[in-house]
Design a protein around this ligand. Structure first.
Ligand SMILES: Cc1cc2nc3c(=O)[nH]c(=O)nc-3n(C[C@H](O)[C@H](O)[C@H](O)COP(=O)(O)OP(=O)(O)OC[C@H]3O[C@@H](n4cnc5c(N)ncnc54)[C@H](O)[C@@H]3O)c2cc1C
Length: 387
């Protein structure tokens, strides 16, 4: 976390954190996991407000949006009319859910899952055994489907692609995940979009009506770039940063979901919407804000928990050859993505040790041979030893 990294490096100056949510910072991964799976799971606050002020000496300004920024005068203004001077500014504005235009404002309640209030609201619907249509078979939608199905809700997932998580998962893993959901009663409609609703159903493009009390839309996010725009920084695809987290405006940095950064595995600049990136890029950028030169280039990594499946993905699985390890039938295996001589991605199902190695192999740009990777007894650690 940047403010802890700053204090940890001996930074004695003033730190102000401005956030538009009414809460102190908290962990979002729990919103679609623990908070939905248990009726009394608490919000996973990163620290209590007192710790920010007393232990870290951070001025925490919650419930107020930063609405303007003057780079020349070095002042951030907030919606409630206040101004904050800065020497260095970190934009960590994250993303907001993409709206489901076809249903928003219609007769059926549509909700999103981005913040504490969303999770508490969805949890109440789960407890009431609502009939739930989830639009978007991505990680957040599927984790919500998992929690709702486990609580006995009737759940239908509408996915516009022909399979689940097509950008991150090989087809075999998409099928495994879909099967697990089906075995818990979740129904899927693939290759379809929603076009409208009544007060008790969702209408699909082919005219089919699916009974529903509630729609959860998980159709992706867009970067929150209003402040960047005020600084003259393009932000539609994310706020572009260099390896040190610097934007094109002097002394203005960006980290986390909002940052558009180069990824070696992908061969292009991408936004990385993962918890690990939000934490580790922010730590690296914090150091750069106080004069260190600390390039951040960790390969993107995320996890998702669904039923008995712990799935982790590192790097980029697309447009690559896939080498399987382990036993898919026992739902404990990994898949390594190789492009030319480079390991560019990895996916592990209930195989955390493989994933720990693959993250290190990709970060180190180690180049084990295909023959080695294909050999069932090959110890991935060997690839690192030969570095
Ligand atoms: C339900 C859910 C489950 C997830 N599960 C996983 C998971 O299992 N694994 C994983 O790796 N990742 C997961 N993620 C992703 C992970 O939580 C994000 O990558 C991470 O939260 C990004 O952190 P961030 O600080 O960049 O942005 P955010 O967490 O979006 O925080 C940005 C904050 O800035 C505020 N803000 C925006 N604009 C302004 C402004 N102008 N003024 C003031 N405040 C502003 C926003 O309201 C928000 O509070 C999940 C995300 C969600 C929503």
């Amino acid at each position: 976390m940047p403010r802890e990294a700053l204090r940890g490096r001996g930074f004695k100056g003033a730190i102000t954190m401005i956030g538009d949510e009414p809460h102190p910072p908290y962990e979002r991964p729990q919103l679609s996991k623990a908070m939905l799976l248990s009726a009394d799971a608490p919000v996973a606050y990163i620290k209590q407000p007192r710790d920010w002020n007393e232990a870290l000496g951070v001025r925490l300004e919650t419930g107020t949006a930063a609405t303007d920024c003057d780079a020349d005068r070095r002042i951030v203004s907030t919606a409630d009319g206040r101004s904050f001077a800065f020497d260095r500014l970190l934009l960590a504005t994250g993303t907001r859910p993409r709206r489901l235009a076809a249903l928003d404002g219609g007769p059926l309640h549509v909700q999103y899952l981005r913040n504490v209030e969303d999770a508490l609201r969805f949890r109440r619907h789960i407890a009431a055994r609502a009939r739930i249509v989830i639009v978007g078979g991505g990680v957040v939608g599927l984790e919500a489907a998992c929690a709702a199905a486990k609580s006995g809700c009737l759940v239908t997932v509408i996915e516009s692609e022909p399979r689940l998580l097509a950008r991150a998962f090989p087809a075999s893993v998409s099928a495994l995940v879909a099967d697990r959901h089906r075995s818990h009663g979740v129904q899927f409609v693939f290759g379809s979009t929603v076009t409208g609703s009544t007060s008790h159903s969702v209408r699909l493009g082919n005219g089919t009506e699916i009974p529903a009390d509630l729609v959860l839309a998980g159709i992706g996010v867009t970067p929150s770039g209003d402040l960047a725009t005020r600084l003259g920084l393009p932000s539609a695809d994310g706020i572009a940063v260099d390896a040190n987290g610097r934007t094109a405006v002097s002394d203005v940095f960006c980290a986390g979901d909002a940052a558009l950064q180069w990824s070696r595995c992908h061969g292009r600049a991408i936004r990385v919407e993962t918890w690990a990136n939000a934490q580790n890029q922010a730590i690296a950028v914090a150091a750069n804000m106080i004069g260190e030169i600390n390039a951040y280039n960790a390969p993107p990594w995320f996890w998702t928990d669904q039923y008995d499946l712990d799935i982790q993905v590192v790097g980029d699985m697309r447009d690559a050859d896939h080498i399987a390890r382990g036993d898919p039938a026992s739902a404990k295996f990994s898949i390594i993505a190789v492009r030319g001589t480079e390991v560019v991605g990895g996916l592990a199902v209930n195989a955390a040790k493989d994933m720990a190695m693959l993250r290190r192999i990709i970060a180190a740009n180690a180049k084990p041979s295909r023959g080695d990777l294909e050999s069932p007894g090959y110890d991935l650690q060997t690839a690192l030893r030969s570095q």
